[in-house]
Write a protein that binds this ligand. Structure first.
Ligand code: SF4
Length: 209
């Protein structure tokens, strides 16, 4: 899916300041091993925010979230359901790669929360998809298994929050694709109900993605 990110000089001042704060951040030890701070892709403002766990090797190399195999699978799903890059903003719980792709620690997630909150304020999403168990845990402070909570809406302060599988899990368990498809179908329907995106041009049918 094409990258719609603007060059730094074309960004609004608030975004320039935010990106500079991210680039210079050393609030946790992950800054010591990163090649790039991985902030976002998609639109600066979007009705839908997707939050993953943290950057992997390819994301760290390119400085863009969800660009490895998992990202390509996620993009296929978004495209199949007629989302465009204008509709969403993708980011992560932590903006620097945990060494060896380990799960971010509680301390690292907490340290990065201030930047995620600032990002949230800039993007102004209405619907939030928590991509994977780690994003669910650190965003909600809840510990339920993702298989129990995925596909169920959490409503909080006027926001609609949907946990779902991480695409890396689907790469290992392709039989779960239908469940993730159905989760994104609900997300799409919610955004349409809220008049935040145009209705789909093609009816919903599960297709291999
Ligand atoms: S992970 Fe977040 S808090 Fe830690 S150094 Fe990177 S930007 Fe800062």
């Amino acid at each position: 899916m094409s990258d719609t990110r603007l060059s730094f000089q074309d960004l609004p001042k608030a975004w320039q300041g935010f990106l500079q704060a991210c680039q210079s951040c050393n609030n946790c030890e992950l800054h010591q091993t990163r090649d790039n701070v991985v902030v976002y892709r998609g639109s600066l403002t979007a009705p839908l925010m997707l939050i993953g766990e943290g950057p992997g090797a390819e994301e760290d190399r390119q400085g863009i979230p969800f660009v490895g195999r998992s990202g390509k699978l996620l993009d296929s799903l978004l495209q199949a359901q007629e989302f465009t890059a204008r509709d969403f903003h993708i980011c992560n719980i932590v903006k620097c790669r945990p060494p060896g792709n380990r799960v971010p620690t509680e301390e690292e997630a907490q340290a990065c929360k201030r930047l995620l909150s600032a990002q949230f304020t800039l993007v102004k999403p209405k619907v939030i998809v928590l991509v994977g168990a780690t994003a669910y845990k650190y965003f909600t402070n809840l510990n339920d298994p993702i298989s129990k909570v995925r596909g169920k809406w959490i409503e909080n302060s006027g926001y609609y929050i949907m946990p779902t599988f991480h695409p890396a899990y689907l790469l290992r368990n392709p039989s779960k694709k239908l469940e993730m498809w159905n989760d994104f179908k609900k997300v799409r329907e919610k955004l349409e109900d809220l008049n935040l995106i145009q209705p789909m041009q093609h009816p919903f049918e599960f297709i291999e993605w």
